[in-house]
Write a new protein. Structure first.
Length: 418
């Protein structure tokens, strides 16, 4: 947007305290104009020229009210691609190129080499074994007698609670309620399928309606919080690691002994040794939630590229790497992601560049039938995690991690903390 007299007048009013930053969208009636004015305000207040922050293709009329408030522009992250990766899943079948947004030098190259190794050995096989999003409201009671009656009442009125919750959405379907009790406190961990959405907002709205029904029909229950931290959202925890949240997905591949020795100069036994001693024993010694080398690297890069909720990288990157020698002497390698929280509709997936990244994978928007695109996406993510994890473990077995970062990441600040 070019400067106008009205815009500059509003800039002056904000700086003088006559207008608040968050009021500009309503005053101008155009969030693109409001974004420009806010950016000019910040430039003048801080003495910083925000040329690159103001360079973008986003329509902020589509962003404000959905994805961000008090907008001033964008932060750009380099986007690379790894692949092709051959995936043999239930919905993801074929060759895929993986979009990865990152600032860590050597990461895309590492995942890309993993894709090549896996694809040249028959590809990766994937399986989603759990699919639900949870929200756990917390209630308090005066006595254990009330607690006991409440637990019985919830079981007796499950279908009524289900109807109340599902009335809020075409896609939210209640599949269970887990009950947890500490003293006179009760958590109800609602579990829903949510179609192709990650579903956190959908589930929160559905649970809110269910809670209204509960409070109206069981007066002794007193709500403490609609989210009682037993969901568990955006925090590392054993509960999600064990019971899952979002998609629980497994990926496996078999890499031939001959390929490893002749092409990569490493034995399968060396790779297994790294997995057992680093990923298993080292993680146990650290009391880690999940035993893996760097799931978070791949998860974060895909999340940023495809518009996922980046705070959910915390639980989505928990998981396990497993390796063993097959009867034929080859390397069996697998990754398990218990709590992969992703979607292909809603949230940041509707932003234009993120939509294009999802289109690269063939999973943008709703699936037919609903839910299939999100499951397909989960299979692709798990395949990419396996590729990145396998290559790093091989690099460690070959003692070449530092050399790779010196070559590809040192100038850009790539880390070697792993």
């Amino acid at each position: 947007m070019e400067p106008t007299q009205l815009a500059e007048e509003l800039v002056d009013k904000v700086i003088k305290g006559e207008v608040k930053l968050h009021e500009l969208d309503k005053i101008t009636g155009n969030s693109n104009v409001a974004t420009y004015i806010r950016r000019r305000v910040i430039e003048r207040l801080t003495g910083t020229k925000l040329h690159n922050i103001g360079y973008y293709s986003i329509d902020f009329n589509e962003v404000v009210g959905h994805n961000c408030e008090n907008t001033i522009g964008v932060v750009q992250v380099p986007l690379g691609v790894a692949g092709p990766l051959l995936i043999n899943g239930r919905y993801a079948r074929g060759m895929y190129y993986i979009p990865l947004a990152t600032t860590e030098g050597a990461l895309v190259a590492s995942i890309n080499r993993g894709c090549k190794i896996v694809t040249e050995n028959g590809g990766v096989r994937t399986l989603v074994i759990r699919d639900y999003m949870s929200r756990a409201p917390l209630f308090k009671f005066r006595t254990l007698d009330e607690v006991e009656k409440f637990l019985e009442w919830v079981d007796q009125h499950y279908e009524d609670i289900k109807r109340a919750a599902e009335a809020t959405s075409r896609y939210a379907r209640l599949v269970g309620i887990e009950k947890y009790v500490v003293g006179n406190n009760v958590w109800l961990r609602f579990k829903f399928t949510t179609g192709d959405a990650m579903g956190m907002n959908m589930v929160t709205i559905a649970v809110s309606r269910a809670v209204e029904y509960i409070l109206e029909n069981f007066p002794n229950a007193r709500l403490v919080a609609i989210s009682g931290n037993l969901c568990v959202d955006k925090k590392p925890c054993a509960l999600n690691l064990i019971l899952g949240r979002g998609k629980t997905v497994i990926a496996e591949a078999t890499i031939s002994r001959r390929y490893l020795i002749e092409r990569l100069n490493v034995n399968p036994e060396d790779v297994v040794d790294v997995v057992l001693r680093k990923n298993m024993l080292g993680s146990a010694q650290a009391a880690s939630y999940g035993f893996n080398a760097h799931f978070a690297n791949i998860i974060a890069a895909i999340f940023i590229a495809t518009g996922q909720d980046v705070a959910q990288i915390v639980e989505s990157s928990m998981g396990f790497t497993w390796a063993e020698i097959t009867e034929n002497g080859d390397l069996y390698f697998s990754v398990t992601l218990p709590s992969l929280e992703i979607g292909t509709v809603g949230g940041g997936t509707r932003l234009p560049t993120q939509t294009e990244a999802l289109q690269i994978l063939g999973v943008a928007g709703p699936g037919n039938p609903p839910g299939t695109n999100a499951i397909k996406f989960a299979e692709i993510v798990a395949g990419a995690v396996l590729a990145g994890e396998l290559n790093l473990v091989i690099a460690l077995a070959r003692n070449e991690l530092a050399r790779a970062h010196e070559r590809l990441g040192r100038g850009g600040g790539g880390d070697i903390k792993r």
